[in-house]
Design a protein around this ligand. Structure first.
Ligand code: ADP
Length: 394
C-alpha cells in the first residue's frame, strides 16, 4: 500500500500543508495568521469537506499548537491510516545538502547553524519540523531543500568576488526555488525529453521570484544568491541592489541591521516601488502611474536576466514561465517576450492569452511554455523515494 505523506511548508506566520495518499492529494490547505489571528483553510478533495474558519488563539499561537489543532481533522480524513512520513520544505541546506535527507538530531543541529543565512525562513522551517515531530511521533521526518538543486552549479556562479575566506565560510550564491525548478525539469523530462536535454531558462515569477539557467537538467546559474533577496524584484523584496546603497543606509541614514532587513525584505519590490500593493494582479488592474512604473521595472529586470542567462548558456532552446505571475499573467509574459526575435523568441498572442502549455509561434526558435509548478508534489516524491530506499535509522 502506498504510504501516506504529509507535506509541510512552514513560514513565519503560516503553515501550508498537503496530505497525500500515495500520489493522490487528499487534503490541502493552510493555517495563516499564526501568533496573531490564526485562520484555517482546508479542502479535503475526496470527502469534499471544506473548512474556512478562525482558530482559537491558543490553537494558533505557535507552529506546534497549530499542528495540534490540525491533527484531529487530518485523522478524520485518514480513516484509521497513519502518516508514514512528513516532508518539509527547508529553505537552506548550506553547502552540504544537495539531496533531501532524513532529519536526525545531528541534521537539525546543522540546519540551525544555517539560520543566520536565512533568518526570515529557516527558523520557521525548523519550528515546523519540531512541531511535526511532536504531532506525528511515529512518522519519519524528511527535509527537502530549496538550495539543493543549485549545489552543483559552476564555481563562477557560486562565488562572490570577495576574499576567498568568505567563500570558504559559506558566503556563496546558493540559489533558491530549487524544488520548483526540479519539478519543472521532471515535467520537461516526461513530456518533452528533447527540451529537458537542451538549454532551458525558467522564470519562477511568484511573490518570491527568481530565474534559473539550466542545461540538461543541471542548474548553471540562478538570479538568487546568498539569500532570497537578490536578483529580480519581488512582491516586497528589492532584488538586485548595489551593496553601496546598504552602506549609505547604514552610514548616512543611521539605519540598523534590523531596519535595513525590514526595508529590503518587507517594504521594497513591487510594494515599495508602487506604494500601492505587492500583488501583481492589483497593480495590473490599477490606473495609477506608479503601478505602471513598478510593472515596467519588474519586466525590465526579467528581460535583463533573460538576456544574461541566454549568454551564460550560449543560447536558449526553451523558456518556461511558472509561479503565480508566470502562470497567470499574460500581460507580463507578453511584455517579457516582446521584441525578443533576436533571441529566437516569438509568442502567439492567442496562445499566450490561453496560457496553458506552449505559447510560442510555430516559427519561434525557442519553445516558450507555461508550466504550473508544484513544489509540494516534488517534496512528496522525494519523501516517498527516501522511504522506499529505507534510508532511515532503525
Ligand atoms: P508565492 O511565492 O507566495 O507562492 P505565488 O506563486 O502564489 O506566490 O504568486 C503570487 C503572485 O501571483 C501575486 O503577485 C499575484 O498577484 C500573482 N497573480 C496570481 N494570479 C494573477 C493574475 N491572474 N494576473 C496577474 N498576477 C497574478
Amino acid at each position: 500500500m502506498a504510504p501516506v505523506i504529509l507535506v509541510l511548508n512552514s513560514g513565519s506566520s503560516s503553515i501550508k500543508f498537503s496530505l497525500y495518499d500515495g500520489p493522490a492529494e487528499q487534503v490541502t490547505g493552510q493555517i495563516s495568521g499564526l501568533g496573531a489571528k490564526p485562520h484555517l483553510n482546508l479542502e479535503a478533495l475526496l470527502s469534499g469537506r471544506k473548512i474556512d474558519r478562525a482558530l482559537d488563539s491558543t490553537d494558533g499561537n505557535s507552529h506546534g499548537a497549530a499542528l495540534g489543532a490540525l491533527l484531529p481533522i487530518l485523522n478524520e480524513e485518514l480513516g484509521g491510516r497513519s502518516v508514514a512520513a512528513v516532508g518539509h520544505r527547508v529553505v537552506h541546506g548550506g553547502t552540504k545538502h544537495d539531496l533531501p535527507v532524513h532529519i536526525t538530531g545531528a541534521v537539525m543541529q546543522e540546519l540551525r547553524v544555517l539560520e543566520p543565512l536565512a533568518p526570515l525562513h529557516q527558523p520557521h522551517n525548523l519550528a515546523g519540523i519540531e512541531a511535526a515531530r511532536a504531532a506525528f511521533p511515529g512518522a519519519e521526518q524528511v527535509a527537502c531543500f530549496d538550495t539543493a538543486f543549485h549545489r552543483k552549479h559552476p564555481w563562477v556562479n557560486d562565488t562572490f568576488a570577495l576574499p576567498r575566506s568568505f567563500y570558504d565560510e559559506g558566503v556563496r550564491r546558493y540559489g533558491f526555488h530549487g524544488l520548483s525548478y526540479e519539478y519543472i525539469c521532471e515535467h520537461l523530462k516526461k513530456h518533452t525529453p528533447d527540451a529537458y536535454e537542451g538549454k532551458v531558462i525558467v522564470a519562477h515569477l511568484g511573490n518570491g521570484a527568481s530565474m534559473c539557467a539550466i542545461r540538461a537538467g543541471q542548474s548553471i546559474g540562478s538570479t538568487m544568491g546568498f539569500t532570497a533577496l537578490d536578483g529580480l524584484p519581488m512582491g516586497t523584496r528589492c532584488g538586485q541592489l548595489d551593496p553601496g546603497a546598504i552602506l549609505y543606509l547604514m552610514t548616512t541614514k543611521g539605519m540598523s541591521a534590523d531596519e535595513i532587513s525590514d526595508l529590503l525584505y518587507k517594504k521594497s519590490g513591487l510594494k515599495g516601488l508602487s506604494g500601492l500593493s505587492q500583488d501583481m494582479r492589483t497593480l495590473s488592474q490599477s490606473d495609477d502611474p506608479r503601478a505602471a512604473e513598478a510593472i515596467e521595472y519588474y519586466v525590465f529586470r526579467v528581460r535583463r536576466e533573460l538576456g544574461a542567462m541566454a549568454a551564460v548558456l550560449s543560447g536558449v532552446d526553451t523558456l518556461v514561465f511558472t509561479g503565480g505571475i508566470g502562470e497567470n499573467s499574460a500581460l507580463i509574459r507578453d511584455r517579457v517576450c516582446a521584441d525578443q526575435e533576436w533571441l529566437g523568441i516569438q509568442i502567439d498572442p492567442a496562445l499566450n492569452n490561453a496560457g496553458d502549455g506552449t505559447i510560442s509561434t510555430q516559427c519561434s526558435q525557442v519553445a516558450v511554455l507555461v508550466v504550473p509548478t508544484n513544489e509540494e508534489e516534488m517534496i512528496r516524491r522525494h519523501t516517498e523515494a527516501l522511504l522506499a530506499s529505507h534510508q532511515f535509522p532503525a
